[in-house]
Unconditional design. Structure first.
Length: 413
């Protein structure tokens, strides 16, 4: 009994503790930051994610319950009310801050240390207020500001995010910073969608393995011609029966071997492509890259990157992977799309721009279906947009993703 008690105590001390550093709220399409004291698997609605230290996971819908491998509940995540803003607070603030901002204020876990790609999880907030600069992850907060976030810093000055899609307000004290920042508003850049059927509507299934099929046809044609020629020579008496039989057997074996090996080298089970939605402003671009994968043959598998979030065709359905390995098996004809976001310097292609003074209908420069993304992809306020089209469908067997379509949105001040 004493040994059993020691083992139970050790198991209790070694269990993984899972927490939500950014608070109990989440938004569809926005990565959720989860922290675990030990490596563990977290399950949400059948989707499994491996968590070690600080990690991003992608709830397929909200509200969501985080479950341990044993089935025990670890945490609950809910979406904030649709009519309320959400403000993240790094540091201490006055007790009436929520009332003054007319928003839900969420204190962030003190001393949290984010990684380079974790700025995407900050899209949870409509504004972030920093009163403890020393303990706040300013590098990632400034990256989020460059990507379109509204950042208010009190007690310090001199931070420069560079070319910026968002807003940065700095002041020596909180009162002055809040006065300069004004009321909380929606982000200039719309949040990504977890369910986006319009994106799937842009993708056409490619012809599966055309090169392997063409190679097999040429091999079959060559074998047929060789056999027909030998039969003709045998009928004319130019070769004997034994030689004819040997020749036919040789051609059959050679054709079978080539037909097995050569088309197999050209066979691919997966087709790849990408769709881009780009937001430009002040010399910087936030690029949403939608990685498209389609199964075009048996055995198609795909492992998305850690920071690639699944984009669903509908809110229901089975998980795309089971277990924390994130290996997706794609039946033939099935499409999977994953979202990755980047922020870099860049300017829009002026030849793709449309005037924002009127709806885009009837004024497109290129392909209408790409512009149909605008109702869910365009930011609030004045904008200009245009679209360009690359290949019509994902290309089987390509290591570099071909561009399927690009939508460009230029923010106007």
């Amino acid at each position: 009994m004493r040994i059993l008690g020691v083992l139970l105590a050790a198991a209790w001390l070694c269990r993984a503790e899972v927490g939500l550093p950014l608070g109990p709220f989440g938004r569809p399409g926005v990565p959720l930051l989860v922290h675990s004291t030990q490596e563990t698997a977290v399950e949400i609605a059948g989707w499994s994610f491996r968590v070690k230290g600080l990690a991003q996971i992608h709830p397929p819908h909200l509200p969501a319950i985080l479950l341990a491998p044993s089935g025990g509940e670890l945490a609950r995540v809910t979406a904030p009310p649709a009519d309320r803003f959400l403000v993240g607070l790094f540091g201490d603030g006055p007790p009436d801050l929520a009332e003054r901002l007319d928003a839900i204020v969420v204190p962030v876990e003190p001393g949290i240390r984010l990684r380079g790609g974790d700025w995407r999880a900050l899209d949870l907030f409509d504004r972030i207020v920093v009163t403890d600069v020393e303990r706040a992850p300013m590098e990632e907060l400034l990256a989020w500001c460059r990507a379109g976030g509204s950042l208010v810093v009190a007690g310090a000055r001199g931070f420069a995010p560079g070319p910026c899609l968002g807003t940065l307000v700095q002041a020596p004290d909180l009162e002055e910073a809040l006065r300069r920042a004004g009321p909380v508003a929606r982000s200039r850049i719309p949040r990504p969608l977890a369910v986006w059927p319009a994106v799937y509507g842009l993708v056409r299934s490619p012809d599966g393995n055309p090169r392997a099929l063409a190679t097999a046809r040429w091999i079959a044609l060559g074998c047929a011609v060789a056999m027909a020629f030998q039969v003709l020579m045998g009928a004319l008496g130019w070769i004997g029966r034994r030689a004819l039989l040997r020749g036919l057997v040789l051609v059959a074996f050679a054709g079978g071997g080539l037909g097995l090996l050569v088309p197999s080298a050209h066979y691919t089970a997966l087709a790849a492509g990408r769709i881009e939605v780009c937001y430009f402003g002040d010399g910087v671009v936030r690029r949403r890259i939608l990685h498209v994968r389609i199964g075009v043959g048996p055995g198609a598998t795909f492992s998305p990157g850690e920071l690639q979030a699944p984009v669903l065709y509908r809110s229901g359905g089975d998980p795309w992977w089971r277990g924390p390995g994130r290996v997706c098996t794609l039946p033939e004809g099935v499409i999977r799309i994953f979202l990755e976001e980047q922020v870099a310097r860049g300017r829009p292609a002026s030849t793709l721009m449309l005037d924002s003074s009127a709806p885009p209908s009837g004024r497109m420069l290129h392909d209408r279906p790409v512009l149909d993304l605008l109702p869910t992809a365009s930011p609030g306020g004045p904008w200009r947009a245009g679209a360009s089209v690359g290949t019509a469908a994902p290309v089987p067997g390509t290591e570099e993703e071909p561009l399927l379509a690009r939508l460009e949105v230029a923010l106007q001040d």
